[in-house]
Design a protein around this ligand. Structure first.
Ligand SMILES: [Zn+2]
Length: 266
């Protein structure tokens, strides 16, 4: 490796750890990093037109919010119709980001194979925030991203921009496209569908590098791969271990593998 490659590997590893902000864990998986840190933009993006546009954004309707009510000052709202999900944004969140977050959630949930599983997302809340908003409830300092069975919180600052994760302010800025939101939504999927035990036993059985300390991260990391969102630029099921790809094929349609575009970000 050249010194430059080593520096980039080190920087990306540090920053990638910052993306796993829900647990603040250590990533034990060695990653081969290309020198082109913008490579993730070459992965597939949406080939499906968005079903809402910026003119559909409203103020949050009375009574719709049932999770962490009052915690964030939400001023923007979009609804995913089926299953019904609620996207809330704080005042500094762009309308572009609201539409793209809607697109991400709608695409990912609609690609879940069975209707019974898709229905588990009925009522799911997504909060889009920025660095001026409070950290996630109960989070570690700087943590503004998380995902659980009831709600997902994503920070606009880490989407389609070169930036520092506020959980690791000492790290160098790095370009991110959709790795963090899809990682967090991956946590939401694993937990909402009750897949944690299955994921962990699969990794225990098939992953020679299995580490119990990061067992809650495997599904979220795999979600980044599956939806072509890995920060390293490695894309899709081909970048996954076969056992993990086979597992994801039991959950998701293989025809809906993409992430939202970065085009048009203000
Ligand atoms: Zn995580």
């Amino acid at each position: 490796m050249t010194n430059l490659k080593i520096l980039i590997l080190f920087t990306l590893t540090l920053t990638y750890l910052g993306a796993c902000t829900d647990d603040n864990i250590v990533d034990n998986i060695d990653k081969e990093i290309d020198e082109n840190i913008n490579a993730s933009s070459t992965c597939r993006t949406t080939d499906t037109p968005a079903t809402v546009s910026e003119i559909n954004i409203t103020t949050p309707p009375e009574g719709v919010q049932t999770q962490i009510v009052g915690y964030y000052a939400v001023t923007k709202y979009l609804q995913v119709v089926s299953p019904q999900m609620h996207i809330f944004g704080t005042s500094n969140v762009s309308d572009w980001m609201m539409v793209r977050a809607h697109e991400m959630a709608e695409n990912i949930v609609s690609s879940i194979k069975t209707k019974a599983r898709r229905k588990k997302f009925a009522g799911h809340h997504i909060f889009v925030i920025t660095d001026v908003d409070p950290i996630v409830p109960g989070g570690v300092p700087g943590q503004r991203n998380t995902g659980n069975s009831l709600y997902t919180i994503i920070n606009q600052v880490l989407v389609c921009s070169s930036t520092v994760d506020s959980i690791r302010p000492e790290s160098a800025p790095v370009f991110r496209s959709w790795d963090t939101p899809i990682h967090e939504f991956g946590h939401a999927i694993e937990l909402a569908l009750g897949l944690r035990d299955t994921t962990v036993s699969l990794h225990k059985d098939k992953n020679p590098n299995f580490d119990a300390n990061v067992s809650s991260e495997y599904f979220a990391w795999a979600s980044e791969n599956w939806f072509d969102a890995r920060i390293t630029g490695t894309c899709g099921v081909d970048a996954m271990d076969k056992f993990e790809g086979d597992y994801f094929f039991t959950i998701f349609s293989g025809e809906s593998i993409w992430k939202p575009t970065c085009a048009g970000r203000p």
